[in-house]
Design a protein around this ligand. Structure first.
Ligand SMILES: Cc1cc2nc3c(=O)[nH]c(=O)nc-3n(C[C@H](O)[C@H](O)[C@H](O)COP(=O)(O)O)c2cc1C
Length: 176
């Protein structure tokens, strides 16, 4: 295996959900780099039906940490990215693809964060109205913008570790 191949696979295998952060801001430049990685994701018919909101404001992070029980780590994170589907960019005949497209963008952001030494975790908003409405309200999102998830991002403390997930029984060759 080439050095390059090894580095890329190492990044994929070492990615983990990071929920514990050193209290330190993440710069807009860093967040923008991660959003750029998100935009490099594949999307059905190359519709790119996404929109990203970078959050650096401490009061907004704390408000969302309070209102989102499954994203409490926002209180320690140094920044966050909300990955949204833009209903004005979707193909009406293939409505549900926005979720897969935005999920691909989200995974790209998680991998890029790991690659630049940051920690991040996917926290679900959509399809839970009680979760995504908190974000829609606080960030004044127009009706056609649906937040799929919010990704708290920061300097990892080091306690969160990657998990071994390989299971040979999950692989089938040529037939079940
Ligand atoms: C669709 C989706 C929703 C998730 N929602 C949450 C969440 O709301 N809060 C959270 O702490 N983690 C959430 N996670 C992270 C998972 O718990 C995590 O990926 C899983 O436990 C595997 O751990 P790993 O990411 O470290 O490999 C979510 C992950 C996915 C893919």
């Amino acid at each position: 295996m080439s050095n390059n191949e090894q580095i890329i696979l190492e990044n994929i295998f070492s990615r983990k959900s990071v929920r514990h952060f050193i209290h330190e801001a993440v710069s807009k430049e860093r967040l923008e780099l991660l959003m750029k990685a998100g935009m490099a994701a594949p999307s059905a018919n190359n519709k790119q039906p996404w929109s990203f909101i970078g959050i650096t404001d401490r009061t907004i992070m704390d408000y969302l940490a309070d209102g989102l029980p499954y994203a409490k780590m926002l209180a320690q994170a140094g920044g966050a990215i909300v990955v949204c589907g833009d209903m004005n960019k979707i193909d009406p005949n293939k409505k549900d693809f926005w979720i897969q497209d935005c999920s691909a963008a989200t995974e790209n952001i998680l991998l890029a964060a790991e690659g630049v030494g940051l920690g991040a975790v996917w926290t679900a908003l959509y399809p839970y109205k009680e979760r995504y409405s908190v974000v829609q309200g606080k960030l004044s999102l127009p009706d056609h913008i649906i937040p799929l998830c919010i990704i708290p991002i920061g300097q990892p403390t080091g306690v969160d570790l990657s998990k071994e997930k390989f299971k040979s029984e999950n692989i089938h060759w040529n037939k079940w």
